[in-house]
Every structure is written in C-alpha cells, then in structure tokens.
Design a protein around this ligand. Structure first.
Ligand code: AMP
Length: 431
C-alpha cells in the first residue's frame, strides 16, 4: 500500500513498533509512554505538579522586544496571522507556563509553585540528527522562589531524571549571568572586543553582533571559540549579590554531591535570564550534544505584564535527545506487556461467542486480543504469537458444548481445562 503524502521534513511519526528514520531510531509509542511515565514518576517524587498549556500562543508572549522578534521569529519560529493577531507554534514552554501562572493567579495556592510539563515544541531549524522542527520537551518551572536552594533543587531534579534512565555520562556546566545591569555592561565590553574581529565571524554571528552579541557565545564553531577565548568574562561584571547567590547554589550542589564545571562563557540566549544558568550535555550525542538547559528568569513575569517580580527558575530538556542518550548508554527501554489472552475461534457460532466474551473480559479488566478478519486457525495462532499473548484459548463447537476451554500458556505450552465462568479468575490469579 502507498500514499503520495509524507510527514513534513523535521517531524516524525511515533508508531507501535520502533523503526529507523534515516539512521536514527524512533522509539515505539509504548517506549515513549514508558519514558514519559518514568519522567512523571521522578517529577512526582520531587513534589512537582503537571501543567499543560496550548501549543500556540500570541507571538508577543514568546518573542518580546524588537531585537529578539526579528532574529527568533524570522528564523526559528512557525508563525502565522489570523484576523489581525499574530500567533506562533510554541518554540519553548517557559513563557507559556509563566503566562498561565499569572493569568490563573496560581500564587494564590500559596507557597512556591513547582510545575512540570511534557509536550511538543516547534522550531523552524534546519533538520539534522537530534534536531527536529517538531520535537518534545519536558521541563520544570519552580515559580516564586529566589532561594538558592530552588536553583540547586531544579538542577537536582534534572539530574535525577537522567539517572532514572541510567544516563550517567553527562557533563553539567553552570554560570551566573548576574542582573541586567551587569549584563548590559558586559554586552558593551563584548561588542567592543569583537568589533575588530567582525570580518572573521560567521554571517550569523555578524548579525548577532549588532542585535544580541550574547548569543555569539553559544557558537559551536572552533574558529569563533578561539576568538572568544580572550574575550571579557561576564563573571567580572556580575554584582556582589548575584555572586553571593551563585556561591550558595554551588554549596547546595556540593551538599547533594552533584558534580559541575563552571563555564564563564555559558550564557542563555534570551534577555530575561538572570543569575543562575546551566546546561547538561552528553559527550555521546555528537553535534547536537545538549540534553537540557535552564536558568533563573526573575524578570520574565514583569516582562509579560506582572506588576510584581516573580523570581523563578527552571529547565527544559529534549525527549528525542533523552532517547539518543539512553541508546548511547546501552540501556534497554521497558518492554510493553502483550495481551493477557488471545481468543481464536472456529466456526460462526464460536466467532459470535468469542466476540461477546472478549468484550465482557475486557470490562473485567483483562487485556484481550482476537481476530477481526475471520482467518484460519493457523493464522489466528500466528497472530497470538506475534502479539506476545500470555494465554491462548481456542473456541470451537466442542468447547461451546462442554462450557469449558483449554487455556494454553504460550511460553511453556502447558494447557489446563477451565470452565468458561472460571477463565477470568484463572488468568487474573496468574497475572
Ligand atoms: P533550549 O531551550 O534551546 O535550551 O532547548 C532545551 C532542550 O531542548 C535542548 O537541550 C535540547 O535537548 C532540546 N532541543 C532544542 N531544540 C531542539 C530541536 N530542534 N530538536 C530536538 N531537540 C531540541
């Protein structure tokens, strides 16, 4: 069978079975489910609650300030207009979560709001291994806490998730960005330093030099990193308060035995980040090595209209990169369970009895499979094997007459005769 349509480049289908998409393994839907389950479990253990926001938002929420607008909207977002309003498919989930927090007055629930999310994000980037146009993020937002313990706890949650999957070969880099004044002074110093090298920079960096020189620090190009080696360091501009905060974050990370490396060049691209910034990488992932990143965003709430500051910290992580890291670590994903019972039928009367019974057993809580095609007994038993059913039961005229069936344990081949009204209990007891 075939179709002239294909999924859009940079997106992928998640199917019942894992498959290879241009050399990248796309996990099965059951594996996605299992991974999401583990993430939710770790989140719950850390006392986080789930939040879900729409996948599209007004453009102004996600891209604020003209400088960011042009660079990010034009290059990285899927944007559209409808009846005079500009929308974007969300490229990240932090701003939507803060919007939702403010809109629904979640602060009235009291204390610090510790939220997590899992869902799709969209970026109009050039697709390559580990980089998609529709990808999935999970992340945490700890809203309303300026205590350095919130920073260390956010990082600890992130590390706990990778540990839960046996992904240990990672490197955590941290830095402090200080408050905007310090950063503004640093940006000027950085621009002064880079201007003489303008002709040696890539086209992207030349554009950033004028609009947002901080983003040049994210460069992965060796020759640009060489130029940056002697650039002024943000750390030298950071004010005493932020430095003190940073020292306490590090002490708490030490208390939790979380290893990190300080990286004065680590700067998150967006303006609203303040103080703590961090990134988690895996050396096993090749070019797209970033697993997760995050930081403090004490100014975001006010930027989107709050009359009061809402100090907050969070991280965002890529699901696809998590799958790659699990694979690189050689760890298996949990296998999905097959059907408890597969019913095969012989003849029309048996087919009708099986059809009714299958639905009754499902109501009782069993995972039951059967054939919907009227195939031969041999084909039906093949199907029972393919579906990895624990038990198979063949129903024909004799069974209907006797009111009992042979319940066959597929793995051992053992068969036991069980009256019809005892089958559910028989299978349940052995689950
Ligand atoms: P960022 O907000 O850019 O730091 O993204 C957070 C995380 O999302 C990154 O560390 C990656 O793991 C993941 N990520 C970002 N962009 C993509 C993409 N285009 N495709 C797949 N994963 C991505």
């Amino acid at each position: 069978m075939s179709t002239s349509f294909q999924n859009i480049k940079g997106t992928f289908d998640i199917l019942p079975d894992a498959y290879s998409d241009g050399g990248t393994r796309i996990a099965s839907s059951a594996e996605w489910h299992a991974v999401e389950e583990t993430i939710r479990d770790v989140m719950h253990r850390h006392n986080l609650e789930e939040i879900r926001t729409p996948i599209f938002e007004p453009t102004e929420l996600v891209a604020r300030g003209v400088g960011q607008m042009t660079d990010i909207v034009s290059k990285e977002m899927f944007a559209f207009e409808r009846s005079g309003t500009n929308y974007v498919l969300r490229p990240e989930i932090t701003a939507p979560v803060m919007r939702s927090f403010l809109q629904h007055h979640l602060e009235q629930r009291g204390g610090v709001q510790k939220l997590f999310y899992i869902g799709p994000c969209f970026r109009a980037e050039q697709p390559q291994k580990g980089r998609y146009r529709q990808f999935h993020q999970f992340g945490v937002e700890v809203i309303g806490a300026d205590d350095p313990r919130a920073d260390a706890e956010t990082i600890a949650i992130m590390m706990a998730i990778y540990r839960a999957f046996g992904v240990e070969n990672t490197s955590l880099r941290i830095n402090t960005l200080g408050m905007p004044d310090a950063r503004a002074k640093f940006v000027n110093a950085l621009r002064d330093y880079l201007e003489p090298y303008e002709d040696d920079l890539s086209e992207t960096s030349r554009r950033r030099l004028a609009k947002n020189p901080l983003r040049i620090l994210d460069t992965k190009l060796d020759y640009e990193q060489e130029i940056l080696a002697n650039a002024p360091a943000l750390t030298d501009f950071v004010e005493a308060d932020s430095r003190e905060h940073y020292e306490r974050v590090k002490t708490h990370l030490d208390d939790l035995s979380i290893e990190y490396e300080e990286d004065p060049l680590l700067v998150r691209g967006l303006d609203y980040y303040t103080r703590t910034a961090f990134e988690l990488e895996s050396p096993d992932l090749g070019a797209q090595s970033a697993l997760a990143g995050g930081g403090r965003y004490d100014l975001l709430a006010e930027e989107i209209g709050s009359s009061q500051p809402v100090p907050s910290i969070g991280f965002a992580a890529g699901m696809e990169r998590l799958f790659l890291a699990i694979e690189a670590a050689g760890n298996d994903l949990p296998e999905p369970a097959g059907a408890d019972v597969f019913f095969a039928s012989l003849g029309e009367d048996a087919e009708r009895w099986v059809f009714r019974t299958v639905h009754r057993f499902r109501r009782e809580g069993l995972h039951v499979a059967h054939d919907l095609k009227g195939r031969s007994l041999k084909s039906q038993m093949k199907e029972a094997n393919r579906q990895d059913a624990t038990y198979a039961i063949i129903i024909g005229g004799n069974e209907l007459e006797a009111g009992a069936a042979q319940v066959k344990h597929m793995a051992s081949g053992e068969q036991v005769e069980v009256p019809f009204d005892g089958i559910v209990d028989f299978v349940m007891d052995r689950k």
